[in-house]
Design a protein around this ligand. Structure first.
Ligand SMILES: Cc1cc2nc3c(=O)[nH]c(=O)nc-3n(C[C@H](O)[C@H](O)[C@H](O)COP(=O)(O)OP(=O)(O)OC[C@H]3O[C@@H](n4cnc5c(N)ncnc54)[C@H](O)[C@@H]3O)c2cc1C
Length: 396
């Protein structure tokens, strides 16, 4: 049993760290690297962010697991995970959905036109995508989506609504799931399309989340989509969406940010006082800290199990569900513990006078709640563990 990375992987981690240390010295660093922020999606689009992504591209950190013929390096997926872990640890934007979901699906199923048009742009960090899956009434049960693409001459007419489409307000292209057949079982009538975000008839409206980051609802009003915007085969969208989730298992859940947050938590315990007494001397506080340190170690091990299983060529669905469930709930427990320890004033927001730790933990509690929802809620993860891991029957 070996819990360490191989010498080659460790060398790679060192190289990425050296690259990030160099980036951190650039004038734009504070715009793109903020270890204090709660989620990748909170980093808005900016020229600095796009420039940073270009540097990632130059270092060839994008598309490392893609085949050589498409400009990749045919490396194991773990290298993409390692880059993301380091990016997450310094609060930099993660390798996007372009490389993972969009790029890998196009490589397997896309037309030559799509491959030629999009793959080089993704590798060079020239475009941003928005994933258009969720709808009001179709989130956990995504296959129930109703946004309608109706066949017309030369293309499709799209009508309906999406919700929680995170980068819709700045993305260049929409990776859109639409219903193309209402007369077959729901999983079999979905297709994927790649369409420009500025297509006439698309309206994007802001939704502000409890974690203070922006997401969007998007309305489609007779949007024309040409025939060649269809990704792969008609009505195969569900298969592609599920496959893409499998590709992403490596990179979805990083533990670096929780580790960093725990360091901040420990620092707080070591230096803050309550009622004039150092927190570090309080037996109740020490018990909480010891428990959280143990939980964090469990979280790291669950993450390593996902990587180990995927490295052996498996699809670690159950391991990834356990890791997602545990790590996102740990993020909540950590924030909750900080609020308990800091006392009633801990609920003061950032910017309010006397807000302990500048309101960090109050914000963290709100922001980490979103992590337990996005990418599949905690209940959905438990269903996966019960059904696929424990082979229990479907809940009635
Ligand atoms: C920060 C963030 C970013 C997101 N980004 C995107 C994006 O870019 N693109 C996109 O398409 N979507 C995105 N989403 C949407 C996300 O995928 C959905 O919110 C999520 O899948 C849950 O769906 P829902 O909100 O419709 O809730 P629902 O599915 O309606 O769930 C409501 C409640 O019921 C529970 N529940 C549902 N089904 C079951 C069940 N079978 N058993 C037990 N309990 C159940 C859920 O756990 C939840 O507590 C994002 C969400 C968040 C929070």
């Amino acid at each position: 049993m070996d819990f360490e990375f191989s010498p080659d992987q460790q060398q790679f981690i060192n190289d990425v760290r050296a690259f990030l240390a160099e980036e951190a010295r650039k004038p734009y660093a504070k715009e793109v690297m903020s270890p204090e922020r709660e989620a990748d999606s909170m980093l808005a689009d900016s020229p600095e962010r796009r420039e940073f992504n270009k540097q990632l591209a130059k270092k060839r950190y994008l598309g490392m697991s893609w085949p050589l013929e498409y400009g990749g390096q045919a490396k194991e997926g773990i290298y993409e995970y390692l880059v993301n872990e380091e990016l997450a640890s310094v609060g930099a934007p993660l390798i996007g959905k372009g490389v993972g979901c969009v790029g890998k699906t196009l490589i397997r199923h896309g037309s030559e036109k799509h491959k030629t048009e999009f793959l080089p742009q993704i590798l060079n960090a020239e475009i941003e995508f928005c994933l258009g899956y969720s709808e009001p009434g179709a989130g956990s049960d995504l296959a129930s989506l109703k946004l309608k693409a109706e066949k017309i001459d030369g293309g499709w007419k799209v009508n309906g609504q999406k919700i929680y489409n995170t980068s819709a307000h700045f993305a260049d292209w929409y990776w859109l799931a639409a219903r193309t057949d209402f007369d077959v079982p729901k999983h079999k009538g979905i297709s994927l399309f790649l369409i420009p975000m500025n297509s006439p008839g698309i309206t994007v409206r802001e939704i502000k989340t409890m974690g203070d980051h922006r997401t969007n609802e998007v309305f489609f009003d007779d949007v024309f989509v040409p025939d060649d915007a269809l990704v792969g085969e008609l009505n195969k969208g569900w298969v592609y969406i599920c496959e893409a989730l499998d590709y992403e298992r490596f990179t979805l859940y990083t533990v670096g940010p929780i580790q960093k947050k725990f360091d901040v938590f420990i620092d707080m315990i070591k230096h803050e006082t309550r009622d004039g007494q150092p927190l570090k001397d309080d037996p109740y506080v020490r018990k909480i800290v010891a428990q959280l340190a143990t939980d964090l170690e469990t979280c790291v091990m669950l993450q390593r199990r996902v990587i180990a299983a995927a490295c052996k060529g498996g699809v670690p669905t159950v391991e990834a569900a356990m890791c997602k469930l545990y790590s996102t709930q740990l993020g909540q427990r950590l924030a909750n513990a900080a609020l308990d320890i800091l006392g009633p004033s801990s609920i003061l927001h950032e910017g309010v006078e006397h807000a302990p730790c500048h309101g960090k933990w109050e914000h963290s509690l709100r922001a980490t709640a979103l992590d337990t929802i996005g990418g599949g809620t905690s209940e959905v993860q438990k269903n996966i563990i019960a059904r696929r891991g424990l082979e229990l029957p479907l809940a009635m």
